[in-house]
Design a protein around this ligand. Structure first.
Ligand code: FAD
Length: 238
């Protein structure tokens, strides 16, 4: 069956952290997806809009939310990065295909969720955590959010609010190269998880971020933490 395609309207495209844009789009009628899935956007070259390639983006909004939400980290000189920074504005129509992907919540078991991400790797976790909470899932779910510096952070107020409202939610921000004024956790996100989380083998581990990070944490999970394969879920932003 061909993948469904839609023409959707951009509602807002705004810089929310260093090189990070948050994009809101209208949800097209009939578009159904599961938390953790991604779509493909048609991305034109700013100087030649006829020249189109697709790029994948995780859907950060939960299926029950009204609009579609995406969050994109710019890569210098990248096609989509230039399009988002230089061209995409509210009111534009964008072609999208999807949904795709099997990076889904395991609801068959009651094991706790451990979400490990860097930067925009938090996108599918926002959708997944909001969905699990809406479904009344009371299991422990901890989000470990790794970044370099404070200027890279976004959505921390929203996740802190979820943590306050739901005793089963944990939210941990870890900076690898913080400025001296930073009073929070420091180091690499995976080292923090290894130190802080007991019984990792009993958890469902979800990993999302750039491909290098995703591969490194995957190997760590398999070789050092001995996570059973069926408990390990990895999405690399290749
Ligand atoms: C399943 C999936 C989900 C994803 N979800 C997200 C998400 O939610 N958020 C997110 O931020 N990313 C996500 N990604 C990554 C995303 O798809 C893109 O790969 C990313 O945004 C970079 O795209 P780009 O077109 O800007 O870069 P590309 O054009 O693809 O360039 C890739 C690299 O080449 C370099 N490059 C390209 N052109 C030049 C040039 N002219 N000069 C110098 N260097 C150059 C860029 O710096 C970059 O490092 C996801 C990927 C996958 C596979």
């Amino acid at each position: 069956m061909p993948t469904p395609e839609y023409h959707i309207t951009c509602i807002k495209n705004v810089l929310i952290a260093k090189d990070v844009y948050e994009i809101h789009c209208e949800k097209p009628e009939g578009f159904l997806y599961e938390a953790g899935q991604f779509i493909l956007f048609d991305v034109p070259l700013p100087e030649n809009p006829q020249d189109i390639q697709t790029r994948a983006y995780s859907i950060a909004s939960a299926p029950h939310e009204e609009n579609l939400l995406f969050v994109v980290k710019l890569l210098a000189g990248g096609r989509a990065s230039r399009w988002i920074q230089e061209s995409l504005t509210a009111g534009d129509t964008v072609r999208m295909q999807g949904p795709f992907g099997r990076f889904l919540l395991d609801t068959e078991t009651e094991n706790d969720y451990v979400f490990i991400c860097t930067s925009t790797g938090i996108a599918p976790f926002r959708s997944q955590v909001l969905t699990a909470l809406k479904n009344g899932d009371g299991r422990r779910m901890d989000i470990f959010f790794g970044n370099r510096q404070e200027e890279d952070l976004f959505w921390t107020d929203e996740f802190e609010a979820l943590k306050t409202a739901h005793p089963n939610v944990g939210f941990h921000t870890i900076l690898s190269k913080p400025q001296a004024s930073w009073g929070g956790h420091t180091g690499y996100v995976q080292d923090f998880v290894q130190r802080e989380v007991q019984d990792l083998k009993e958890k469902h581990i979800y990993v999302c971020g750039n491909p290098t990070m995703a591969e490194e944490v995957k190997q760590l999970c398999l070789e050092q933490w001995h996570i059973p394969k069926e408990h390990l879920h990895v999405e690399g932003f290749i």
